[in-house]
Design a protein around this ligand. Structure first.
Ligand SMILES: Cc1cc2nc3c(=O)[nH]c(=O)nc-3n(C[C@H](O)[C@H](O)[C@H](O)COP(=O)(O)O)c2cc1C
Length: 182
């Protein structure tokens, strides 16, 4: 069984992580969910735990198995690392090697052969911000793949690129990567 390490960060579209978790689990993947503190303002760990049928991880200092270091184990057993939705903040943190919460920390020990995919979601002006674009370019140089956001009427009322790619696009993308991976 292949394991998807799914990071969920603080975007209004975090609720869509429920469908992503559900679809991937139903397809037979083991989904290890890591949520940021902000993500938990938008959707509860209980929801994602019930859909993944696994413990949801939220705190870098929480060590469910005392014999293991949780953030290292999560990274080691991942066949694919997906962040959906990826906030501007988590993109910036990972692009710069910051590890100040579980999601940013878990990204650090990932081996180079683990496919890494980010699906940004944010206001269109945030997405166009040169610093966000620079961070995305850095991540791509480091081997991350981006599932680009859609153009849509956003929750803030602006129209433009920034809406999370559809659940179907994200799930299909992961399936294709994992099918090609030995
Ligand atoms: C209602 C609301 C919606 C938000 N939506 C987004 C979003 O879609 N994308 C984003 O990058 N930040 C969004 N934010 C801001 C982030 O939640 C904030 O930058 C937070 O610090 C991100 O933390 P995280 O990256 O640790 O999850 C939103 C904030 C609020 C209050």
């Amino acid at each position: 069984m292949k394991t998807i390490l799914l990071g969920v960060s603080g975007s209004i579209s975090a609720y869509k992580a429920a469908d992503i978790t559900n679809e991937l689990t139903k397809l037979g993947y083991q989904v290890d969910v890591v949520m940021t503190k902000s993500a938990q303002e938008f959707i509860t760990p209980l929801t994602l735990q019930s859909l993944a049928k696994r413990h949801v991880h939220t705190d870098v200092m929480d060590e469910p198995d005392v014999a293991l270091i949780n953030h290292i184990e999560l990274a080691k057993r991942a066949d694919l690392f997906l962040i959906a939705p990826a906030s501007a903040n988590i993109i910036g943190k990972i692009a710069n090697g910051t590890g100040d919460d579980l999601l940013s920390t878990v990204a650090l020990p990932l081996q180079t052969d683990v496919p890494k995919v980010i699906a940004p979601a944010m206001n269109t002006y945030m997405y166009q911000n040169p610093v966000v674009q620079r961070n995305l370019a850095t991540l791509k140089e480091l081997g991350y793949q981006e599932i680009e956001p859609r153009e849509a009427l956003l929750a803030c009322g602006d129209y433009g690129r920034g809406a999370l790619a559809t659940v179907e696009t994200i799930v299909d993308y992961c399936q294709k990567i994992l099918a090609d991976k030995k």
